[in-house]
Design a protein around this ligand. Structure first.
Ligand code: APR
Length: 230
């Protein structure tokens, strides 16, 4: 069975009502990302950081998967599908996709600040004073700017085995995520679905690339129909 690998970014969740990072005015839901998504921000003002992620987590209860997420689920009718997402939302899961790697963490998980492997499912607000079982403050299970990306190596392995790659809704600005496509075999078909596609060194080296300048809902629905027919 053909292996399809999907690299998704914030744009796939845009039609669900979750703002992307770089489309508007450089702010993410009204915040400079450096004020809320760095280890320094956490040191400086942990209450602000927790509040920011509490709001993002709450927002998940108000949004639903869109046609783009749903189209990717249909791909599993015929293909083995792995989704590597930069998104911290749970819309791929809620749509029904089965194999998902969250490169940058997950809003609905928190973890210990002394043991990164001590991770908890979390649906509610997280506040200062809530500790892990080893007694240290819990933090969002999010990869902040400047932090290591623990899931990058398994993601590279998955890309090496790809027969076809779909990139969707990412500006290709953030590394190492943006370099993942370079780990896929050079000549496989690649599709990049984005109304305002980014550019990168890796993208310019792709030999068999089709750019689909559409929003994820329409672009992925049409692409998946085509892949299921052929
Ligand atoms: N459908 C598809 N793509 C869309 C849509 C849509 N409806 N709307 C916007 N886009 C595209 C934009 O054209 C842009 O290329 O989504 C992309 C969003 O880019 P970014 O905001 O930079 O998001 P992303 O690439 O996922 O950011 C990567 O940066 O801040 C960090 O950790 C954060 O995971 C995030 C990472």
């Amino acid at each position: 069975m053909k292996n399809i690998v999907v690299l998704s970014g914030a744009g796939i969740s845009a039609e669900s009502g979750i703002k992307t990072f770089r489309d508007a005015d450089g702010l993410w839901e009204g915040h400079d990302v450096m004020e809320v998504a760095t280890p320094e921000a956490w040191q400086r003002n942990p209450a602000l950081v927790l509040d920011f992620y509490n709001q993002r987590r709450k927002q998940l209860f108000e949004v639903s998967p869109n046609d783009g997420h749903k189209a990717l689920v249909r791909l599993e009718e015929k293909f083995s599908v792995n989704i590597i997402t930069q998104n911290v939302d749970d819309l791929h899961e809620r749509a029904g996709s089965r194999n998902i790697i969250h490169l940058h963490g997950e809003l609905k998980k928190v973890r210990s600040t002394i043991d990164p492997l001590l991770i908890y499912d979390w649906d509610e607000d997280l506040i200062l004073g809530q500790n892990c079982d080893k007694g240290s403050q819990l933090r969002p299970h999010i990869v902040w700017f400047g932090e290591a990306v623990p899931m990058i190596e398994p993601s590279r392995e998955i890309c090496r085995l790809a027969d076809l790659l779909i990139i969707v809704g990412t500006s290709l600005q953030v590394y190492p995520a943006a370099s993942l496509m370079a780990y896929a075999p050079a000549n496989i078909p690649m599709y990049y679905v984005d109304p305002n596609p980014g550019t990168s060194f890796e993208l310019s080296n792709m030999k068999n690339l089709t750019i689909i300048r559409e929003k994820a809902g329409k672009g992925l629905t049409e692409l998946v129909e085509q892949l299921l027919i052929n």
